[in-house]
Design a protein around this ligand. Structure first.
Ligand code: 9D3
Length: 262
């Protein structure tokens, strides 16, 4: 995939591209990435890229001409690319959107600054408007990098074939179980016995149950969307039996009445 990041701060992308998974993907030839400096397409002695808003008000707006020229340039470098405008008004980025974008041949990422870009650029050139969440940032550069990292790791071959991105936490709507490494005893805090047992069937069952209970405690909303596997249903039904048993015991023993049922 060919990434073209349009920005007035191209240096912001360098550190990101020179490390980690994006660097690996570039080295493996799975992606190419370039930062396009919008200012290079500005005209006049001061190469201005922003201007005051028609109708008045605070803040500045990114002028249409340099943006249009930068987008047209990026489209020649990445023919057929999808144009994404990173904006607080966009649809909120999810793993599903990352997967949708990962099949494109190219992505042109328009990073706005100030109050945003001229509306006519949105209408003429933008295929997709994306936000990374409901909090206020100062520009689209960090969001573009967030999007890029999420998309790159879904491109086949980008992880160098070690682990499959498909097996990951969010794509199947369960949180992961806790992870442990050596030592088995850390300041009298022990690793769960089952993980040291070597019994892989038991370990798998422990992990599945740990994932389910974590998701139940931290993110019930994820469980609502999930199609459970038969093994998961078995575990949850056993929880229900156990809880029913505890409650029944309460109401019989006189140890304490149930709320609203005395
Ligand atoms: C404080 C200014 N805001 C109200 C007048 C509007 C506003 C304009 C520009 C708020 C943020 C920004 C800059 N943000 C982005 O360009 C941006 C963003 C974000 O702020 N949050 C989450 N995702 C994104 S994607 C691009």
């Amino acid at each position: 995939m060919n990434f073209q990041a349009l920005t007035i701060f191209p240096e912001m992308f360098q550190l990101f591209w020179d490390h980690g998974i994006v660097r690996r993907a570039i080295e493996l030839g799975v992606i190419t990435a370039a930062a396009v400096n919008i200012r290079d397409f500005a005209s006049g002695r001061h190469l201005v890229t922003d201007d005051r808003p028609y109708g008045g008000g605070n803040g500045m707006v990114m002028k249409p001409e340099p943006l249009a020229a930068a987008i047209r340039w990026a489209l020649t470098a990445a023919p057929g690319a999808r144009t994404v405008y990173l904006s607080p008004q966009g649809r909120v980025f999810t793993q599903e959107i990352a997967a949708e974008l990962s099949v494109q041949s190219g992505l042109i990422l328009i990073c706005g600054r100030y109050e945003g870009i001229d509306e006519r650029i949105c209408q003429r050139f933008v295929d997709d408007e994306i936000s990374i969440g409901d909090y206020v940032l100062t520009g689209g550069e960090l969001p573009a990098m967030v999007l890029m990292e999420a998309v790159v790791r879904l491109i086949p071959g980008a992880l160098g074939g070690e682990t499959s991105a498909q097996k990951d936490s969010f794509s199947d709507s369960l949180l992961e179980h806790g992870h442990y490494t050596r030592p088995a005893n850390f300041e009298d805090d022990l690793v769960p016995d089952v993980l040291l047992s070597g019994n892989h069937a038991q370990i798998e069952k422990w992990r599945m149950e740990a994932s389910l209970i974590r998701t139940f405690l931290k993110r019930k909303d994820l469980l609502m969307q999930r199609r459970f596997t038969p093994a998961e249903i078995k575990i949850i039904q056993q929880w229900r039996l156990d809880i029913d048993h505890i409650l029944q015991f309460q109401s019989l023993s006189g140890a304490g009445a149930l709320p609203g049922r005395q």
